[in-house]
Design a binder for this molecule. Structure first.
Ligand SMILES: [Fe+2]
Ligand SMILES: [Fe+2]
Length: 337
């Protein structure tokens, strides 16, 4: 997962377009532009404008943070999964998210920012991550709904990133998308089983869908008209499809899935529009979105505190690994002497 906040500046107080002023040598700039125009890939050793580099570091690190923080709401249910099978699936899924975070930190490091710097920015509350993880997982059905809808929205967002102009990010996304597909399917299948169960189980699924639906629509980020940074992202081949287009694709794909599952989506204005060839849907509460992005959602503080504690608790592992590496290096040097 998870990309909503990637179109959101880390300092979301200033959401304006930064004019791209470039004092870069014209020749290198022309080569860069030609590569982008030809739909080529920019690699770590290639020259790139500083604004392109900064945008990528921000986007990829926010994405990495989202994967890592995204482990928490579902990780909360590993000890309470209803069967050994569900527990094994959930452990695998949460572990995948950890892996996604690591690929993405590595991809961002190729741009010259260290993982320590990125993690520090997260822990100091300076870096954003997807706001969807600032909501609690109240019942077991939330785990299935996160797989179906949250991972489903993430896939919509991330498939175009496999064609991103920055090579390491694009390649990381190919593997991530394959794993996200498993996440979406396991969530949907788990909900299918619940919907064939008791009335109480069906009610639990419907309640979870009601709580997550609008938050998933907001995951695609602000409407295109309010996303001035997206234009530059599109120009650079970082962003391929606009927020509103992705949101529409998600709604259109999800409506038949909800029908098959036997749940309703909590939007009285949701209906097929023959003329547009798409579903119409009701207005999204952007005030709530920004409230949560800016740190005031129900779980923001808890999520960050959990991450900071995990990092501090793991300090001895990092120190021991470094000490071991040093010892091996010294031994190798001694042998070589
Ligand atoms: Fe993921
Ligand atoms: Fe996922």
């Amino acid at each position: 997962m998870y990309t909503q906040s990637m179109s959101v500046p880390d300092d979301s107080a200033s959401r304006s377009v930064q004019p791209l002023v470039s004092a870069e040598p014209a020749e290198r700039m022309a080569r860069f532009d030609a590569c982008i125009d030809a739909d080529g890939r920019i690699e770590p050793q290639d020259w790139m404008p500083e604004a392109y580099r900064k945008t990528l570091v921000r986007q990829i690190s926010q994405h990495a943070h989202s994967e890592i923080v995204g482990m928490l709401p579902e990780g909360n249910w590993i000890g309470r999964a209803p069967s050994l099978k569900r527990k094994a699936i959930l452990i695998a899924k949460v572990q995948d998210e950890g892996g996604h975070g690591l690929y993405l930190y590595s991809a961002a490091e190729t741009l010259g920012t260290s993982r320590d710097q990125m993690v520090q920015a997260l822990h100091e509350g300076k870096a954003k991550y997807s706001s969807i993880f600032n909501y609690p997982t109240l019942t077991w059905a939330d785990v299935g709904v996160i797989g179906w809808l949250v991972d489903g929205a993430a896939i919509m967002n991330q498939i175009p990133l496999c064609r991103c102009s920055y090579g390491p990010y694009a390649r990381a996304m190919v593997r991530v998308c394959k794993e996200e597909s498993f996440h979406q399917r396991q969530g949907y299948e788990s909900l299918m089983v619940m919907m064939r169960g008791t009335q109480a189980q069906r009610d639990m699924v419907q309640d979870a869908v009601n709580r997550w639906w609008w938050k998933c629509l907001a995951m695609f980020g602000p409407p295109d008209a309010d996303s001035p940074n997206s234009v530059q992202g599109m120009r650079w081949g970082i962003k391929r499809v606009s927020n509103d287009e992705l949101r529409q694709q998600f709604v259109d794909a999800t409506v038949p899935q909800a029908k098959l599952l036997g749940v309703s989506l909590p939007d009285p204005l949701l209906k097929w529009n023959e003329a547009r060839g798409h579903h119409d849907y009701g207005p999204i509460d952007w005030d709530e979105f920004w409230h949560t992005v800016n740190g005031n959602g129900p779980c923001n503080k808890e999520r960050l505190a959990t991450r900071v504690k995990a990092h501090e608790d793991g300090a001895w592992v990092r120190e021991a690994a470094l000490a071991h590496a040093r010892k091996r290096q010294q031994a190798a040097l001694k042998e070589a002497a």
